[in-house]
Write a protein that binds this ligand. Structure first.
Ligand code: HEC
Length: 128
């Protein structure tokens, strides 16, 4: 009964069927298209975070921290490969400073700090 009814509606009002199906299709397509965009966004953040870590801040993280992925060998602060901080922990340290490590809250944008936090947590093997 229902398929027959659908066929009947489709035959008599094809545009009605099309207008209800199209938004659903567009929605599904948007989800499929958005997934690689998120991955690309992540990759861009990782690249930005690495660049900031190596030489994008003053003083640079590299001067004080060892992080194998970035090829840095600073020995004033903890070795980040051993510490494996979460993104939240990196963010807190960069925003507030810890001990002799200065705060970078006035020197970096929120987006830069997020990129640094994502990069340091992932590159060191910490979760986020
Ligand atoms: C002047 C040297 C110096 C610079 C520059 C520096 N740090 Fe640090 N950092 C330290 C020291 C020292 C500690 C340990 C402080 C303590 O535990 O008393 C530390 C701690 C940390 C921690 C661990 C915090 C915690 O919760 O234990 C993280 C993560 C970190 N730094 C990331 C960074 C990042 C990212 C940058 C660049 C934006 C940076 N540091 C720049 C010296 C530095």
């Amino acid at each position: 009964m229902t398929p027959l009814f659908f066929l009947a509606v489709h035959r008599s009002f094809p545009c009605l069927v099309r207008t209800t199906a199209m938004p659903l299709l567009a929605f599904a397509a948007a989800i499929v298209l958005a997934t690689p965009a998120i991955a690309a966004d992540d990759a861009a953040q990782m690249t930005l975070g690495k660049q900031l870590f190596i030489s994008g801040t003053a003083p640079s993280c590299a001067v004080c921290h060892t992080l194998q992925d970035a090829g840095t060998e600073g020995a004033i602060g903890p070795i980040l490969d051993d510490l494996k901080p979460t993104a939240a922990r990196v963010k807190k340290a960069v925003m507030e400073g810890v001990g002799v490590m200065p705060s970078f809250a006035q020197k970096l944008t929120a987006a830069q700090i997020d990129a640094l936090a994502l990069y340091v947590s992932r590159a060191s093997g910490g979760s986020h």
